[in-house]
Design a protein. Structure first.
Lengths: 278, 376
């Protein structure tokens, strides 16, 4: 399966390729390239962010790493992202498993309900959460930001776990039962191995979604509880230091590493698959 | 409804008692009033075309489906509502359904693991089972690294590893090529004889059913049309469906005239009088019936030969098939097929268009009962 795209027929479809070239490429280049510009900008000797940069120094990176406030924000972001990912994975995976067992209109209704956070305007959600949480004095608590983020992560986990489950042979469940497996054993030996790749992919999305999130974090922040993106967003308004560029390029690097890692994982998985044709 | 006392006094291992199954309220039943008993060590096949309800019956025996009506007993104990993991039946599924992330050995060990058998013992038992199906050398492979036939053997070993009393097989050979099917048919039979396990087998392939089964239940439209040994089914089919589903046959309309010893006298087309076995048809006079006459019972007669029943025929077509010659004839105003060994075909292999006589013995024809739809 993984090798089929490298066959001789792969390049013989000019229509799709040229569409890609004239349509998608300019958009990607025009809007994605700036993310790459931040790295050279971070390497400037200067104390203000500018283009072209004055090469070459890493002082922006060490400034970031030495700044206790920024490091505290980074830690808050990490804590929030880990909590959000854990909750999203647990809720998302159980929802997907429950939906898998359901049929008919109930399933459709629950699916659309679960997908709501993807469609709902985040700013309205943030405002609502802010008003509700300020009533009970929970604005400015990092676990609440984590929970709010997990809400955004759930649809991704549900979708990717559902994709994994759709490839699950239902006879596997039956054969496990016929061999004496109770519900817990079926979950452990049949469902868990089946959903693992989807859960991992969903977790990565949920983690980045949270680590990157600004609107909810901005509304629900409090003294000492500011996330890294919020710090970047607020500081860009009054200080134009290359520190922001340095943090940005670190974030891009982290995303790139994860993407490559995921790709490698998928490659080894697909290589292990088709050794013997049935 | 609940009947706490063991109901069945027979020696049947499994008993399916007047089971109905319909999906949804008021849905068309997919299984209608199925009853049968499977003796200990017996190999029974549910045979029928797709959609005849045979897999549904198997799934109800396995516990994955619940009968709408009726009950199922194992060793006299009512298991109708017992969950599958407590039934302890070995099941082999159509698509093998091996656990893809486990090695072949772990697959075979699974049932023992669920029963908390100590790891050393279950390892030995699994290797022993794999040895029985000739795959001991593949114990550490993943299922996907095996061919279809090998995977099916693993599935069989896995289903038998915990020594179930009953093995349920749901078209286990459907996805394999002809040669592999035949090999595995023999192997399954072999393992069944060695282990003494009772088998309930589901297939749509009549040759496979004939080859493997002690008893066959022929299914039509959710109903069990007939349960019998392969020989009885072939020689004494109850109705048109069974007669045509198991092997080829000539269906000849006739009219029952009256008893003739053990047989009945029937009047065929063009006024020819023949004798036939009465089968399930009424023996009384003047009722319309259909006679089933197997092609191999129809003999081409030489000029000096005769037979109990003789009619005139014209050769429409002749096909040489190696072991036999197949004639399509026109007789009694319809097409009649005759199959015979080339050397014994009399009359020097008459060609297309020749006018000959054909004959069959007194007890070759079998009158069929009314079709399922017309039965009470």
């Amino acid at each position: 399966m993984a090798l089929s795209s490298s066959g001789p027929g792969a390049w013989r479809r000019p229509s799709g390729a040229s569409l890609l070239l004239i349509g998608a490429c300019p958009l990607q280049v025009f809007l994605l390239a700036p993310t790459l510009i931040v790295t050279p900008m971070a390497l400037t000797k200067s104390n203000i962010i500018e283009f072209p940069p004055v090469w070459i120094s890493v002082h922006a990176f060490s400034d970031y790493l030495r700044d206790p406030e920024w490091m505290a924000d980074t830690l808050v972001s990490l804590k929030i992202a880990v909590l959000a990912t854990t909750v999203a994975c647990f809720v998302g995976a159980s929802t997907a498993l429950a939906l898998h067992a359901l049929r008919g209109p109930v399933r459709g209704a629950i699916s659309s309900f679960v997908m709501l956070p993807m469609m709902a305007p985040v700013i309205v959600l943030a405002l609502g959460d802010y008003l509700a949480l300020s009533k009970v004095g929970l604005v400015g608590a990092w676990p609440m930001i984590g929970l709010a983020h997990s809400l955004m992560g759930v649809p991704y986990v549900v979708l990717s776990v559902q994709t994994s489950l759709s490839g699950l042979n239902p006879a596997l469940v039956r054969s496990a039962r016929s061999l004496g497996a109770r519900d817990l054993a079926v979950l452990l030996h049949v469902y868990w191995p089946a959903i693992r790749p989807g859960l991992l992919a969903g977790a990565v999305f949920a983690f980045y979604g949270s680590f990157d999130e600004v609107i909810l974090s901005l509304f629900l922040q409090g003294p000492g509880v500011t996330t890294l993106p919020v710090q970047m967003f607020t500081s860009i308004q009054y200080e134009l230091t290359p520190k922001i560029a340095a943090v940005s390029s670190l974030l891009v690097l982290l995303a790139a590493v994860t993407l490559v890692g995921q790709g490698l994982l998928r490659l080894t998985a697909s290589r292990a698959k088709p050794l013997a044709a049935p | 409804m609940a009947d706490p006392t063991p109901r069945s006094a027979s020696d049947a291992y499994l008993e399916v008692d007047q089971v109905w199954k319909a999906y949804g309220a008021g849905g068309e039943p997919v299984v209608r009033d199925a009853s049968f008993a499977l003796a200990q060590g017996q190999f029974m096949t549910l045979l029928g075309p797709s959609g005849s309800g045979k897999t549904t019956i198997l799934m109800m025996v396995a516990g994955f489906e619940r009968p709408t009506e009726g009950r199922i007993f194992a060793r006299g104990r009512d298991i109708t509502t017992l969950p599958p993991h407590q039934r302890a039946f070995g099941i082999v599924f159509q698509g093998y359904a091996l656990f893809p992330h486990m090695s072949v050995q772990d697959n075979v060990e699974f049932a023992l693991r669920m029963r908390r058998v100590e790891s050393h013992a279950r390892r030995r038992r699994a290797l022993d089972m794999l040895d029985k199906v000739g795959l001991a050398a593949f114990a550490h492979r993943r299922p996907r690294e095996l061919s279809g036939g090998q995977q099916q053997r693993v599935a069989l070993a896995r289903a038998l590893a915990f020594e179930p009393d009953l093995l349920l097989l749901d078209e286990p050979l459907g996805a394999l090529d002809k040669k592999m099917r035949e090999t595995l048919q023999n192997e399954i039979k072999d393992i069944q004889r060695k282990t003494g396990v009772s088998v309930l087998f589901v297939t749509h392939d009549q040759a496979e059913a004939m080859m493997m089964s002690d008893v066959i239940a022929v299914m039509e439209d959710g109903r069990i049309a007939q349960i019998d040994t392969p020989e009885q089914l072939y020689n004494h089919p109850v109705d048109r469906f069974v007669a045509t589903f198991l092997g080829e046959t000539n269906l000849l309309p006739c009219e029952v005239q009256g008893a003739d010893g053990d047989l009945v006298r029937v009047r065929m087309a063009a006024g020819v009088i023949c004798s036939a076995r009465s089968g399930k048809a009424p023996r009384s006079g003047a009722s319309a019936a259909t006679m089933s006459l197997r092609p191999e019972a129809v003999k081409l007669l030489a000029a000096d030969e005769t037979a109990d029943n003789v009619v005139e025929a014209e050769v429409l077509d002749r096909v040489f098939l190696g072991q036999q010659i197949r004639y399509t004839l026109r007789a009694l105003g319809q097409s009649v097929v005759s199959v015979g060994a080339p050397t014994t075909a009399m009359g020097g292999h008459p060609g297309k268009g020749s006018r000959i006589r054909i004959g069959w013995s007194r007890d070759a024809g079998e009158l069929l009962g009314p079709d399922a739809g017309q039965r009470p």
